[in-house]
Design a protein around this ligand. Sequence first.
Ligand code: SF4
Ligand code: FES
Length: 253
Amino acid sequence: MSETMNLTLHVWRQKNPSDKGKMETYEAQGISDHMSFLEMLDVVNEGLIKKEIDPITFDHDCREGICGTCSQMISGVPHGPDDLITACQLHMRKFKDGDHIYIEPWRAKAFPVIRDVMVDRTAFDRIIQTYGYTSTHTGGVPDGNAIPVSKGKADMSMDAAACIGCGACVAACPNASAMLFVAAKVSHLGVLPQGEVEAARRVKAMVEQMDKEGFGNCTNHYECEAACPKGIKRTFISRMNRELQKASLPCDL
Ligand code: SF4
Ligand code: FES
């Protein structure tokens, strides 16, 4: 049976990237514990529209944990108080009647606020554009199992490929580092035979772009791993650092 609750929301409101922005308080009444967090925001927005107040702008698309767009800080935690899920998968049963919930955008120089809780994450797209692909000419579609891939490498690549580019790792890191994201992309492609050929060029290009975008460095806080909804392990960062060192050696060594 569904329970209902009344909540107080403290929401970051910012009209545009140059607006200073501030927290505003809204009441969310009669919220079912069966609702998702984003459905709760939809209900609050309907109420705001009726009162002729601008609805809260937040990003979302798939609402099933796949696209990575529903980025928001919920009471100081990226994606809210549950493990290994995105904000769209968070259920209101995680909260209780009378709770105060603080809703804010990702805070990072490389992710400027567009409006309210929505940030511009195109810095990630530009990193992917630099070398987040393989350009080897493989001809037609090969037969299945024609290129042997060891189980260990296949598993590692699949684990890294789980990254949905949400940016929670950046939001959680005190240095706003994007190393977990970049490391996942570098490993996802670099350990497979098709992508291994360009691994050195790829890691150099992607790390260079990451630095250009203004993301910070990793200083081993491991907050990225704790915040990641897809369980990407920090060991991918060590792997990327090793790959980068190897790629930076003179060729004749
Ligand atoms: S590493 Fe995790 S937290 Fe970072 S962008 Fe990928 S899925 Fe999101
Ligand atoms: S809306 Fe797609 S992951 Fe949340």
